[in-house]
Structure formats: structure tokens, C-alpha cells
Design a protein around this ligand. Structure first.
Ligand SMILES: Nc1nc2c(ncn2[C@@H]2O[C@H](COP(=O)(O)OP(=O)(O)O)[C@@H](O)[C@H]2O)c(=O)[nH]1
Ligand SMILES: [Mg+2]
Length: 370
């Protein structure tokens, strides 16, 4: 492998140079942000240093080449979808690198907080924004901020970011509560929790419709909860069943609609769902996402389901993860608020109505424990 070191002021410039020498087959082996200290630490200059390599056709019997987990631009036949995905990935990576370069300017006092946010999985751009704001205020006030002061600013910024998003549970203004999402995230369990509260706390007459007829066990699971709550369940195999169910449950105050998960990546599944459920009804649709899922997968799911006019998110399985940053990233990217989060399998206990202050406290919990 041929290797060469490049230095420029920005990542974009470096990449231009790399491409000029190696074309699209370049491999980035490492990238560092180099700081040159100016007078009394002021006017620090930064530059980006990249070591790029080019894989020559390997002669036989050479030592094995280990894969390198850095941005790699390969020349292989790909579908336009894959290419687009890779381009987006690459763009994000470049953006992240630029953000990280910006972060490297921040004073050391800020590092524990920013590291905590990073561990929580908050997006690099949000972390940079927070760091920048605190740093700017430090400079303006010509002093370092205590951990407590840093936390206060962080809270204030996150709060402001979410001030226009809706939070909180079902409104009881709409008769139909529709719960969407992939398989296994906890839709049925969550419906049972919300329904139990509607019955016990709000004294509503509740009913259920399930369109999850894919597995017998799924119907039985909902029936079990419904029986405990002494509420009727209707099973809808097709759109006619769904219409009949609506008629049969006409006297109910709130009707919870459970849906099948299946493979959300199949466009057909989304089509089927819109044929089965009458979305023109007086309805609120919630998208259930498990915090144990990968953020990239959650993003795809949101895009897939967003055509159903998602009212708010419901995040499940908070008890199984210690990084809840993706919640904030998804809310910000899609401009959708959060109705509830759940943190266990107990019905109806393990569910909390979300509000931005609670979520922020959870995100910042333990920020200075380390
Ligand atoms: N740890 C944990 N498990 C949960 C939570 N919510 C649901 N589950 C479990 O996740 C599994 C799938 O739940 P289910 O409601 O059937 O998911 P569905 O396929 O989306 O309807 C079950 O074992 C639930 O008990 C939660 O908040 N925390
Ligand atoms: Mg289910």
C-alpha cells in the first residue's frame, strides 16, 4: 500500500488533495486535528492532517491486509439506492469530522460533560452546539464555569430546542388511538399500559381492535390484557372486519388499535396497513420505537411510518439501555415529540408520560459521576 500524509485547513480541502492523487480508491488511514498554539494560547490555529493510502493490486502470497474501519471510497457496482445511502453516510462522516474538529477547541473543563453526552448517543452536531454555547459564554464572562453552571446551560439549550415539540400522553380528544411500529418493540404491552391507565385513572370506557392477526399468540396476548381490564376486543383480518369492529365498539370512549409489526422495510406492509385501517377516522397514531434498536434503523422506521401522520413517539425499553441520546436526535430530526417512555415489562406500572424536563434530567443523569 502506498501512503501519504496531507495537511490542510479543512477536511474538505484535505479530501480534495487526496482525491487528486489517489482518485476514488483512496483509503483514509487516520485523521487528526492539529493545533498550533498562538500567543498565550489565543488564536490557536487548527489544521487537519490526514494519512491516506492507496491499495495497489496485491501480489499473491502477500501478508493479509486487515480491513480498516475508516471512511473508504470503493469502486464497486452498486445500485443507486446503495450509492445514495453511502453518499449520505459519507457526508455525515465528513460533517462529524468537521464537528469534532470544532470540539477540539473547547477547554478541558467542558470535556467530561461532552463525553457524557457522547456516551448517551446525542448527535455530534448537538454536542458541538452545546459546547460552543458554553465556551462562548465562558469567553464573554471571562471565567470558567462550574459543572453545575455547565449543566444549567445545557438544560436551558436542550429545553429551548424542544420547546415547540408536543409532549405528554393521549389527549382523550380523539376516539381512536393507533399504535404503530416494528415487531417486538413493545406495542401490545404499551397499549395495555396506556389502556389500563385510561380505565383506572381517567375512568374511560375502553375497547381494543387488533389487526395483528399474523400470529395467534399476538391476538391471545391482547385478549389476556383486555380480559383483565374487562374490555372488549375485536379482531380485524380485513377492512370489512375493521368497519364492523368500529360499529361494535361504538359505545366506547377510547379504542386502542394494535397493529402487526412484520418487516417494516417492505413497502407492501405499509400499503396493507393503510388498506386495513381507516386512517380518516378521528385518530391519533403513535410510533413505538425501542431504545435498544440501532439509531440508523430507527431513522429508517420513522421515515417509513411518517406517512401515517405520527402524532408522537413512544420510546420503550429504557430499562435496557444507558444511552437515550437517540431519542433527542430523532425528535429533533423529525420534529416529532414524545408521548411516553416505558422502562419495564410490568403492566400498567412501567410507563411514564414524557415531558422535556424529565427527558433532559435522564439524559444528564450521572454527567459528573465519572
Ligand atoms: N425490558 C422491557 N421489556 C419490554 C418493555 N416493553 C415491552 N417489553 C417486552 O418486549 C417484548 C415484546 O413486547 P410486545 O408488546 O409483544 O411487542 P410488539 O411485538 O411490538 O407488540 C415482551 O417480552 C415485552 O414484555 C420495556 O419497557 N422494557
Ligand atoms: Mg404485538
Amino acid at each position: 500500500m502506498k501512503m501519504k500524509k496531507y495537511t490542510a485547513e479543512t477536511m474538505v480541502e484535505v479530501m480534495k488533495k487526496v482525491r487528486a492523487d489517489f482518485g476514488d480508491d483512496a483509503i483514509i488511514l487516520s485523521s487528526t486535528v492539529v493545533k498550533t498554539k498562538g500567543f498565550l494560547g489565543f488564536f490557536k490555529k487548527k489544521s487537519v492532517e490526514v494519512v491516506a493510502g492507496f491499495d495497489e493490486p496485491a501480489p499473491k502470497m502477500e501478508e493479509p491486509v486487515f480491513p480498516i474501519s475508516s471512511p473508504r471510497i470503493e469502486n464497486v457496482d452498486r445500485t443507486s439506492g446503495e450509492l445514495k445511502e453511502e453518499m449520505n453516510e459519507l457526508k455525515k462522516m465528513l460533517k462529524d469530522m468537521q464537528q469534532l474538529a470544532r470540539q477540539s477547541r473547547f477547554p478541558d473543563e467542558l470535556k467530561p460533560l461532552l463525553a457524557h453526552l457522547d456516551k448517551q448517543g446525542l448527535s455530534t452536531s448537538s454536542i458541538t452546539q452545546i459546547g460552543e454555547e458554553i465556551y462562548n459564554r465562558m469567553k464573554a464572562e471571562k471565567k470558567d464555569f462550574t459543572q453545575q453552571e455547565q449543566l444549567l446551560i445545557t438544560k436551558e439549550l436542550l429545553k429551548k430546542e424542544m420547546e415547540d415539540l408536543p409532549f405528554g400522553g393521549i389527549s382523550f380528544n380523539k376516539k381512536y388511538i393507533n399504535v404503530l411500529g416494528p415487531t417486538g418493540v413493545g406495542k401490545t404491552t404499551t397499549i395495555a399500559k396506556i389502556a389500563a391507565r385510561a380505565l383506572l385513572e381517567n375512568k374511560k370506557k375502553i375497547g381494543f381492535i387488533t389487526t395483528d392477526t399474523y400470529r395467534i399468540a399476538a391476538i391471545e396476548q391482547l385478549r389476556t390484557y383486555a380480559n383483565l381490564l374487562q374490555a372488549p376486543v375485536e379482531v380485524a383480518y380485513n377492512s370489512q372486519d375493521f368497519k364492523n369492529a368500529i360499529d361494535k365498539l361504538a359505545d366506547r370512549d377510547v379504542i386502542f388499535i394494535d397493529t402487526a409489526g412484520r418487516n417494516y422495510k417492505e413497502v407492501k406492509f405499509v400499503e396493507d396497513l393503510s388498506k386495513l385501517i381507516d386512517f380518516s377516522l378521528d385518530m391519533e397514531s403513535y410510533l413505538v420505537l425501542s431504545l435498544t434498536s440501532k439509531e440508523q434503523d430507527m431513522k429508517v422506521i420513522v421515515e417509513q411510518f411518517n406517512q401515517f401522520a405520527v402524532e408522537k413517539f413512544i420510546f420503550t425499553k429504557m430499562d435496557e439501555t444507558s444511552s437515550i441520546g437517540p431519542m433527542f436526535n430523532l425528535m429533533k430530526d423529525h420534529n416529532i415529540g414524545t408521548a411516553y417512555y416505558t422502562d419495564g415489562q410490568e403492566v400498567p406500572e412501567d410507563i411514564t408520560e414524557a415531558d422535556s424536563s424529565k427527558l433532559i434530567s435522564l439524559l444528564l443523569k450521572g454527567a459528573y459521576d465519572a
